[in-house]
Write a protein that binds this ligand. Sequence first.
Ligand SMILES: Nc1ncnc2c1ncn2[C@@H]1O[C@H](COP(=O)(O)OP(=O)(O)OP(=O)(O)O)[C@@H](O)[C@H]1O
Length: 294
Amino acid sequence: MQQTETSAALPGELPAVAAYGLRVVRGRHTVLQDISFTVPRGCIVGLLGPSGCGKTTLLRSVVGVQQTTAGHVQVLGHAAGAPQLRTRVGYVTQAPSVYADLTVLENLRYFAAALGMRGWQREDAVVRVVKDVDLASYADKLVARLSGGQYSRVSLAVALLNKPDLLVMDEPTVGLDPMVRRELWLVFQRLAEEGTTLLVSSHVMDEADRCDRLLLMRAGRLLAGADREALLEHTGCDDVEEAFMHLVQAASDAEERARRRAAEQSLPLALPGLLDQAGAPEAERAYFAADTVR
Ligand SMILES: Nc1ncnc2c1ncn2[C@@H]1O[C@H](COP(=O)(O)OP(=O)(O)OP(=O)(O)O)[C@@H](O)[C@H]1O
C-alpha cells in the first residue's frame, strides 16, 4: 500500500502515537503480533476489526496499562504510560467507569478532584465538559437513570476533564442506537477540529466513514493502516467492509501459499518467520508486516 500523507499532520511533526513491532502475550496466547502503526496528530483514527481480534489490548498498550512482550509504543514523544502523559491522554474504557449512584455533576467533581483540581479550576472544568458532551440538561440526574448514550457521554466527559491531547476510546458507541451514535460522532468530530487526536475502536465497519484514517485488525495482526480513500483505491473496493474482507482473503491466501511452500521445503510452521523462510514474495509478506502501515 502506498504511503499517504494525512492533511492534519504538519510536516516534521511527531505523530501522536507511533508503535513499532508491538507484541503482547496474555496468558499462553499471543494476542498482538508485530504491530506497527502511526496516528498523526489532530486526526480521528478508527481501529476496526472483529470481536476478539485484539483492539482493547492494542489500546491498553497505547495508554500504557498493558504489559508488552516486545516492541515499543511512543505517545506524544514519550514511552507509553510515562508519567508526563498522565494529564495528556484520556482513556474511555469499554466498561462504564463512572459511578451509577452519583449524579453527572457529582461524578465529574469527584474525578476532577482525583486529578488534583480544586475550587474554580475544578468547577470550570466540570462546566466545560458538561457542555462539550451536551449533558447540561442531565447534570443533576443520577447516572443510573441515564440512557446508554448519555451514560457513554458521562464517561467521555470524565476523560475530557484534563483537556487531553490524545483521546483513546474503546468501542464508545457499542450498543447505542444509530441516532445516538451519530450524535457521539459529532462530538468526536468537534473535538478533532479543536485539535484533539482521537483513536477510536469499533467493530462496526460503517463507523469507518467517519474516520480520517483506519487501522484494520484481524487475529492479533494489522492488515492495513491507511487513509480511507487510499485503502479503497489499493483494494479496488467500494466500501471499507468490502476492503476488509478483501484483505482478510488476501492474507488467508498468502498464509496458505506460505504454508504449502514451507511444507515443500520442510520448514517449521511459524508465522511470520515462516513467510520469510519460505521465500514468500514481498507482496505476501506485506500483509503480515508493519510495512503495510504508515
Ligand atoms: N486477561 C487475559 N488473559 C488472556 N487472554 C486474554 C485476556 N484478555 C483478553 N484476552 C484474549 O486476547 C484476545 C484479544 O482480546 P481483546 O479484548 O483485546 O479483543 P477485542 O478486539 O478488543 O475484542 P472485543 O471487540 O470483543 O472487545 C482475545 O482472544 C481474548 O480472549
